[in-house]
Design a binder for this molecule. Structure first.
Ligand SMILES: Cc1cc2nc3c(=O)[nH]c(=O)nc-3n(C[C@H](O)[C@H](O)[C@H](O)COP(=O)(O)OP(=O)(O)OC[C@H]3O[C@@H](n4cnc5c(N)ncnc54)[C@H](O)[C@@H]3O)c2cc1C
Length: 421
């Protein structure tokens, strides 16, 4: 039986491992940390006394690789059912609230409906926005359409979440790639996929169980510190217990983050500029009403907080493209954000003076910066650096920004490279 070693048990590594185990390969996954999931994981926070996710993740029903992955690991029941495409927003400056509700079918009649589109927007703006999917050059999101109300109240919040990069720098064509598979396919493709419990319960633990049921071995605390390449072939890995020989005919998938991959393969050109994401978790039992209750989250404009999620026992805030804030003290970040949460939840103003216990999770290198320069540095899964090696990760050349959909697809692509050897 052919053997493949997968380095990294994030979603890219897990998806490669799933494909290769299904194809009959003997799979060993080496994960540096004590648990799988990488940048998409849940953990118990002692101080809050709660299990939380490292960060809120939005996936949409149009993410077809995500859907196939969830089906393969049998985790459909781990997601909330019956949600519709519904995106509540509030402008914290003016206290205006609106709800974007794309209709299910492909013909976008929602853009004609005052109760479904962004208030006070023009039809021509929606047509302009749809044209982003055709952009092929390097223009940033900020130059992709007229900067009117539709831009500020829908496109920009969506772009910052999808690209994790400011709209002055974030590549419009990467956003266009996401829009083509979601917003432009109608509401059916825009239903948020939200885990019932945590990310690990929904996306990671069932994948590990599926792999183990197929006989794959998943080694935790197993950091790979070196790849030995001789005559264009990986011949050994160095793990914590010493050298692991790679026999002739065997293969390796390198699914570690970009920085680690570049350390292991010094000749690799990979993204080298990153953007932070902050998640601020407040221990607070919210009782949302209206669209916030229905959706489970709300987008904010004119605020420090960008998205507020209501979860069991806590409320959780996401701030993307957060390099400028990431080194601020946790308390000052939480104090900036809590008043936004009070507004979003419609709590009485005096609640602003009663900030509950909080945890700030700082993911300093949450994703590569989705700029033209970084896009150029994304390598293909198949690499000239070694014949029996494939690369995977959200930072490889998937055509998508650094997202779960991209990570899962990258793993499938890497598996196809190995299967074609
Ligand atoms: C806070 C936050 C919010 C996000 N929000 C969203 C969102 O809303 N929607 C969305 O689609 N995406 C979102 N993302 C992006 C998404 O989480 C990532 O794109 C995805 O998880 C990347 O998966 P990956 O497998 O490519 O990398 P990783 O998850 O980084 O996995 C790499 C794995 O390799 C392991 N590793 C590292 N070095 C070694 C080594 N030497 N040997 C062995 N193992 C090693 C790591 O421990 C890790 O487990 C978010 C990310 C963050 C951080």
């Amino acid at each position: 039986m052919k053997q493949v070693h997968v380095i990294g048990a994030g979603l890219a590594g897990l998806s490669a491992a799933l494909s290769l185990s299904a194809a009959g390969w003997a799979v060993t996954v080496h994960e540096a940390g004590p648990a799988a999931g990488g940048r998409c994981r849940s953990f118990f926070d002692q101080e809050l006394g709660l299990r939380i996710d490292n960060g809120n993740h939005i996936m949409l029903s149009g993410n077809h690789a995500v859907q196939a992955y969830i089906a393969e690991i049998g985790a459909q029941d781990a997601f909330q059912a019956g949600k519709t495409a519904l995106f509540p927003f509030m402008d914290v400056g003016t206290e205006e609230r609106w709800v974007v509700r794309p209709n299910a079918g492909r013909f976008p009649w929602w853009i004609f409906s005052n109760s479904r589109r962004v208030p006070d927007t023009r039809l021509s703006d929606y047509l302009d926005m749809a044209r982003i999917a055709r952009i092929k050059d390097n223009r940033p999101v900020a130059d992709s359409m007229r900067r009117g109300r539709l831009y500020w109240r829908l496109l920009e919040p969506f772009a910052i979440a999808a690209l994790n990069t400011s709209s002055q720098e974030g590549l419009a064509r990467l956003l266009g790639a996401v829009m083509k598979e979601t917003l432009l396919r109608g509401g059916k493709a825009c239903i948020p996929l939200l885990p019932k419990e945590g990310l690990s319960e929904a996306m990671i633990d069932p994948a590990i169980a599926t792999l183990q049921a197929r006989g794959a071995v998943v080694r935790f605390n197993s950091r790979i510190a070196e790849l030995t390449v001789e005559s264009g072939v990986v011949v050994a890995l160095r793990g914590p217990d010493g050298s692991i020989p790679i026999e002739s005919g065997d293969a390796v998938v390198l699914a570690a983050p970009a920085r680690v991959a570049a350390d292991l393969l010094p000749k690799l050109i990979a993204p080298d500029a990153f953007e932070a994401i902050l998640n601020i978790h407040f221990r607070y039992d919210a009782e949302p009403v209206g669209p916030l209750k229905e959706a489970g989250f709300i987008g904010l404009t004119s605020a420090t907080a960008e998205w507020v999620f209501v979860k069991p026992g806590h409320v959780s805030v996401t701030i993307s493209a957060a390099n400028a804030m990431v080194d601020d003290p946790a308390r000052s970040i939480a104090m900036d954000v809590w008043p936004n949460v009070v507004d979003a939840l419609g709590l009485p103003p005096e609640a602003k003076d009663a900030m509950p216990p909080f945890r700030v999770v700082k993911e300093k290198r949450a994703t590569f910066a989705a700029t033209a320069r970084q896009e150029q540095r994304r390598p293909k899964a198949k690499t000239a650096l070694a014949a029996n090696l494939a690369l995977a990760g959200d930072w490889t050349d998937t055509g998508l920004p650094a997202t779960i959909e991209g990570a899962i697809r990258s793993g499938r692509t890497a598996a196809d490279v190995i299967l074609s050897l």
